[in-house]
Design a protein around this ligand. Structure first.
Ligand SMILES: [Zn+2]
Ligand SMILES: [Zn+2]
Length: 288
């Protein structure tokens, strides 16, 4: 049985490759299954689901939502997300709107530092950017000589509690889980060790009570400075009967993990599909 990479991002969120390119790369590296998990958007899924390929490759429409859980910000995958779902789309549109508002408020604070970026400069900076955020403001601070580099920009102004920082609007994790289940998408906690709570097992127990059905157990945490053993997640997932997913979190060429280098068995897709059916998803969208 073949392998599947169930965590990738395209240009529709913060990745560098288009959804079609991701299909081509998946094909080239011999994957049998692939999902697209762009942050807080379904925009890339139509292209992803319909891009041509020379052989059969199972495509799982998905997304990754940034959520709030007390002081933590767990990421949540939704697998087999349906097409044209008004409830989900309107929530995601609202989230993006709130983030645009946050960005313009932070940009106002940049202006208060005496920087007045021209319209042309801003247009060039933001061209093709789907999720404007602090790195873009950091770029402005560098270009206008307020700081020397991105580290200084974050340290002095953009980090949590900094003069320019404003908190990002996120869905409460319980609300996000409920929303995904309601639309028939399978909620799975992404890279659980990155939550960095004292007990990941306790978190997973609580998330399970809220309704998650899976946890990402195959994940490359190198470079995240995480020393805790992934065994914690593997054991808790087994104990709680969660579907164990995995993938590269691929963001494009040059990304630290290349597509297909972290993968799970194709059976995981079957488990996710069964779970979606049980949530009432008829899987009758995305021309599948
Ligand atoms: Zn993530
Ligand atoms: Zn991701």
């Amino acid at each position: 049985m073949g392998r599947a990479d169930l965590h990738t991002h395209s240009t529709r969120s913060d990745g560098k490759d288009t959804p079609s390119t991701i299909i081509r790369l998946a094909e080239q590296c011999g994957l049998m299954g692939i999902s697209l998990n762009d942050h807080d958007t379904l925009d890339g899924l139509e292209e992803f689901m319909t891009a041509p390929s020379s052989r059969e490759i199972t495509r799982v429409p998905a997304l990754e939502i940034s959520t709030q859980y007390g002081e933590y910000s767990p990421h949540l995958h939704g697998y087999f997300v349906p097409e044209n779902n008004k409830l989900l789309e309107s929530k995601l549109t609202w989230l993006r709107h709130e983030r645009d508002v946050r960005f313009s408020k932070m940009l106002d604070k940049v202006r208060e530092l005496g920087v007045s970026p021209s319209k042309k400069y801003l247009e060039e900076l933001m061209q093709g950017v789907m999720s404007p955020g602090r790195p873009h403001l950091g770029r402005i601070l560098i270009d206008y000589r307020i700081v020397q580099d991105m580290n200084e920009a974050f340290d002095k102004y953009l980090k949590k509690g900094g003069d320019i920082y404003l908190p990002k609007v996120k869905l409460d994790i319980e609300e996000a889980i409920r929303l995904l289940r309601k639309v028939g998408a399978v909620p799975v906690i992404a890279h659980p060790l990155d939550i960095r709570a004292p007990s990941i097992r306790d978190c997973l127990i609580e998330f399970k009570e809220m309704g998650i059905l899976g946890a990402e157990i195959e994940y490359d945490y190198t470079n995240m400075g995480i020393i805790e053993k992934p065994n914690v997640v593997v054991n808790a997932a087994a104990e709680l009967g969660l579907i164990g997913t995995g993938g590269t979190d691929y963001h494009g060429g040059g990304w630290r993990v290349l597509i297909g280098t972290v993968s799970v068995s194709m059976e995981v897709i079957d488990q996710l599909r069964d779970a979606a059916l049980e949530l009432g998803n008829d899987l009758d969208s995305w021309s599948n």
